[in-house]
Structure formats: structure tokens, C-alpha cells
Design a protein around this ligand. Structure first.
Ligand SMILES: [Zn+2]
Length: 429
């Protein structure tokens, strides 16, 4: 039986209130005064309707670290955050460097039913940076991998990076680089600057990120291939990406919500919840990143959702794992830093969190306009909501959020995956 849902009075992409009729898996009509007998009606007056969000950078941890997250719990967290598709990073155990592993992750995602999972394939065998993984086999597998990344580690060998860029060009794939020069970041614990000097913690210089980005945009231009830069964190990185785009090179970039809000001043607390890779930077970097996301130099927001179990974070700073969960708070942080500050409107949020990440990943069925005939992958947001972040209520298996106790605006009230409500009134359906 086909279900019919009538979303009434939602501001589509922040515009005038409209009704949206969903029949089965598809948007049937968008307009005003739509009536549909027998439909489930969702009163969405005051809410913003966006296309389902797409994340280019999620760590789901399965296989191998199911104590921090599984595909099921991670996709539940994604749905709560308004996502209908996530790209699952390859740094699992075993590493997603073969057709077998990416197919396993892809299948687990389909079985979850909460959010589509598009596996990212490793660039090199075991993420060791020495030998190219079976990129073609992963692309040709049922998972249809198009994004390749050694994320967590940098592909620091220029010859390997060049070969990967050449290889993926054949099937319009993209290499997503975690830009971190390994020698310049040996023993690094936080951003290199005034705060690291005062605290006596090993510094992580901006140039360690920027030098790799500079090299890789040049390599991508030389090869005529696509490169995507993960989690930009410095003002200098923004300048390099801006320059590469001005040349017409096929370079895209993402920024995380936490790099749009938090600074290295927080490390003074020695609370490992603020330990993340790349590290939290300075206020000047945060402002440059916001401006770059607003003007389109940075294409999209990506969460870098990095769940860790309590015991890996609740220890002294130097021993703690790097990373933060992010799926369930991403849209609120973007509203807080970009919308409520007047830097982006909701149509641009749809662009940076749905259209563009889907386009970069060449993902079908997501990042589509809210229009008749399109798949009903949608999210309703209440922008007037104000709430304090309480990780105890997270759908994620992990709790390592830097926003605990912080008031953030906005709440996802409904998420629809191909017409099925995965979230209703802010709760998993
Ligand atoms: Zn990374």
C-alpha cells in the first residue's frame, strides 16, 4: 500500500509557505491549498523544508569498532540530524580498501533503513600510504564507490597521490584528502600558536595543512582530475582553495561545524572533548572559514562525525583520542554560526549541506530540488526552537560532543527517506 503524506505550510528552502504532497517514495505535488483525502497531515507552519542533508564525511566505525558506533546507530544519529545520505569513511577494521568491505558497509546501510550509506574507499592498502588500493574494483562493486580517502591519515606521498588522481579520473571519481603533513605534526596535540606555547603542548602548525593542500591542488590541475579537501581549518587553506578555484581547477572543499564555532582557547580547559584532528584553530581562522563558506570558496559542510567510547576520551589530554560526534548537532551549529549571523539563508544552507555534497560525491537520488517527481528525501526544521544539548539523548552510541550544556538554535522535527518518516516530532520513528 502506498502511503500519502501531506506536509502543510512549510517554508520550502526558507521561501513562502507551501504544501508538499508525498505519494509513496516520491514528491507528487508542491503548491498551495493542496488537499489529499486519507493523507497523513504534518502541520509544518513555521518550519523550514529542506532537501535531506548529505554528509561527505562520517565515521560509522563498523566493521571493527562497534563499541563506538555501528552502521545502525550511526544512521539513526544521521536521521535525527536531518541527513538522508552519509559517506562512510574507510578507516574501519578491516580498512575499507576492497570491494568486499565496501559492499559490506553499503549492505548494512541499506538494511538500517534510516539513512543511505555510501561507502568511501581507501586510497591505499590499509591506509598505509604505500600501495594503491583496488580503486577500480571498489568502484565497480555494488557499492559503486566514487569517493576515495585515507582520512584519518594523509596521502603524503606525492607519487601515490598523483596515481590516485589519475586512476579515479577514468570513472569521474574524486580523492578526498586529509591534509596533514606527517613530519610537521609529529607529537602535535593542538593548534600551534599562542595557546599551545602557554600550555606547553606540542603544536600543529597551519602550514602542515596548507602545504599539502597547495601540493594537491597543483597535482589535480596537472593530472586534470578532481580533488576534494577534507575539513579545512585555517585561513591560509581558504586562500589556497580560492586561488585554485580562480584558476578553474576542479577543486572542492568542506568545513566541519566545529571549525565554524570553536577555537583553541577551549583547550585551556584540558578537556579532551575539544581534541580533534585537524585541531581547533584561532578566532581569525573561524571567521575566515565562515566567510569562505558564505562566498562559496568552501563548497559544503561535512560533519567529520567521529564517535569514540567514553574510555578513549575520558583520560588525560595527551592520551585521548581525536574526534567529536557531529551528526545530531550539525544543522543547529550551522544555523547558529551562518544563518542567525546573516551569512547564509536557508536556500544556501540547502546548497552547502545537500546539493553540493551530493554533487561532489556524484550521489544519485539525493541533493535534488524540492519538486514534483523527485525522491521524497526531505527534512523539516523548526528554526525558532532553542534547546540545551544533552548527549544522554543522542541516538549515536557515543557521547563525545563539545556542545554538552550549550544552548543551540533549531531542531529537526521530521526527516523523510524516500517518503518514509524516519524522524517524527524530533524522535526516531
Ligand atoms: Zn580527517
Amino acid at each position: 500500500m502506498t502511503s500519502t503524506i501531506l506536509i502543510r505550510g512549510a517554508k520550502v528552502l526558507g521561501g513562502e509557505p507551501q504544501d508538499v504532497l508525498i505519494e509513496g517514495e516520491t514528491i507528487a505535488r508542491v503548491g498551495t491549498g493542496i488537499e489529499a483525502e486519507g493523507a497523513t497531515v504534518v502541520d509544518a507552519r513555521g518550519a523550514i523544508l529542506l532537501p535531506g542533508l548529505v554528509d561527505l564525511h562520517t565515521h560509522l566505525r563498523e566493521p571493527g569498532r562497534e563499541d563506538s558506533e555501528t552502521v545502525l546507530t550511526g544512521t539513526k544519529a544521521a536521521a535525527v540530524g536531518g541527513f538522508t545520505a552519509v559517506h562512510a569513511m574507510a578507516n574501519t577494521f578491516p580498512v575499507a580498501d576492497t570491494a568486499g568491505v565496501v559492499e559490506q558497509v553499503w549492505r548494512l546501510g541499506r538494511e538500517s533503513g534510516y539513512c543511505d550509506v555510501q561507502p568511501v574507499g581507501a586510497v591505499t592498502v590499509g591506509l598505509e600510504g604505500k600501495q594503491l588500493a583496488e580503486l577500480g574494483a571498489m568502484h565497480e562493486s555494488a557499492a559503486g564507490v566514487r569517493v576515495f580517502s585515507d582520512d584519518g591519515k594523509c596521502v603524503d606521498d606525492a607519487v601515490i597521490m598523483r596515481r590516485a588522481l589519475e586512476y579515479v579520473k577514468a570513472f569521474d571519481g574524486v580523492v578526498a584528502q586529509h591534509a596533514q603533513e606527517p613530519r610537521l605534526t609529529e607529537g602535535a596535540q593542538m593548534n600551534e600558536g599562542v595557546v599551545s606555547a602557554e600550555l606547553g603542548l606540542g603544536g600543529w602548525p597551519a602550514v602542515a595543512e596548507e602545504s599539502i593542500i597547495a601540493r594537491d591542488v597543483l597535482l589535480a590541475a596537472h593530472v586534470g582530475s578532481r580533488v576534494h579537501i577534507c575539513h579545512l581549518s585555517t585561513a591560509g587553506s581558504v586562500e589556497i582553495v580560492r586561488w585554485a578555484k580562480s584558476k578553474g581547477w576542479d577543486v572542492t572543499a568542506e568545513v566541519t561545524p566545529h571549525h565554524l564555532l570553536l577555537t583553541d582557547e577551549l583547550v585551556r580547559s584540558y578537556n579532551p572533548v575539544y581534541k580533534v584532528n585537524p585541531p581547533l584553530r584561532t578566532e581569525a581562522d573561524v571567521l575566515a572559514l565562515r566567510e569562505a563558506l558564505a562566498d562559496g570558496t568552501i563548497d559544503c559542510v561535512a560533519t567529520d562525525h567521529a564517535p569514540h567510547p567514553h574510555e578513549d576520551k575520558d583520560c588525560e589530554w595527551s592520551a585521548a583520542a581525536m574526534g567529536m560526534v557531529g551528526l545530531e548537532t550539525a544543522l543547529s551549529v550551522v544555523q547558529h554560526t551562518m544563518v542567525d549571523t546573516g551569512l547564509l539563508d536557508w536556500a544556501q544552507v540547502a546548497d552547502r549541506m545537500s546539493f553540493r555534497p551530493a554533487a561532489i560525491g556524484r550521489l544519485e537520488g539525493h541533493g535534488r530540488p524540492v519538486a514534483a517527481g523527485e525522491p521524497a528525501n526531505l527534512v523539516l526544521v523548526d528554526p525558532a526552537y532553542r534547546g540545551v544539548v544533552d548527549p544522554a539523548g543522542f541516538a549515536s552510541r557515543s557521547r563525545n560532543t563539545p556542545y554538552e550544556g550549550r544552548e543551540l538554535p533549531g531542531r529537526v522535527t521530521h526527516t523523510f527517506l524516500r517518503g518514509r518518516a524516519t524522524v517524527v516530532d524530533g524522535k526516531l520513528a
